[in-house]
Design a protein around this ligand. Sequence first.
Ligand SMILES: Nc1ncnc2c1ncn2[C@@H]1O[C@H](COP(=O)(O)OP(=O)(O)OP(=O)(O)O)[C@@H](O)[C@H]1O
Length: 244
Amino acid sequence: MITVANLTKKIGDIQALDDLSFSAENGQITGLLGPNGAGKTTCLRTLFGLLKPDSGTATVNDIDVADDPIGAKKQLGLFPDPFGLYERLTPREYISFFAELSGMSRKQAKQATANVIAQLKLEDISDRRCKGFSQGQRMKTALAQAIVHRPSNIILDEPTRGLDVMNTRLLRDILLQLKAEGHCVLFSSHVMQEVAALCDRVIVMANGKVIAMGSPDELCQQTGKDSLEDAFIELIGTDEGIAA
Ligand SMILES: Nc1ncnc2c1ncn2[C@@H]1O[C@H](COP(=O)(O)OP(=O)(O)OP(=O)(O)O)[C@@H](O)[C@H]1O
């Protein structure tokens, strides 16, 4: 479970997070939906301990990220930018490097890497260098890295960016599988269809604040609209920065 409580963060003159509070439950996919500049990335970076909030707390399975960053990270998988893979490494080397960073012994890391390679059906590329990989191959390698240590919580920042339809569907299936296994999945997006199709709960954000939260159906009911897209525009007051 992931909880943020009263998070504030000012970057330069911009109030990127403004008293932001919400939680994401186990066994659910929670979407952080907001227009460009809403503060989604800032929130996720704070959760992963990459940014220090000015005030408020971020906790992962009740571990305060600021007090125990290593303990919190063990419970958290971060889906990184798939374009930032180490090109000289093979997926097997890359994934097991991160498994060891999470605190596993070399032997445990080797086994965990073999398991995740089988789970994501990466066998055909697992011993090729990442250089030249397609976007889908990169996505799967990045995701394998995020889940190799079996974290109970996974956060993903705009995971479908740059993916084609097939790979978007593949990622969707993997997220649904993680949810079915009881993981807490939190992802940010400004793509309405993706959020409507996947999320049990949606946190609507703008200007660093929570504007509304609920299931896609509840948000439609709250606003008296038929689609999440119309509900979102009603809540935010504009369709700027949103993709259908
Ligand atoms: N390093 C930085 N320097 C200056 N301003 C920043 C920095 N990081 C974030 N901001 C500002 O903080 C606000 C929130 O940015 P953030 O990247 O968290 O939004 P986002 O919701 O992830 O947007 P997007 O959908 O465009 O990725 C924006 O106004 C952004 O310009």
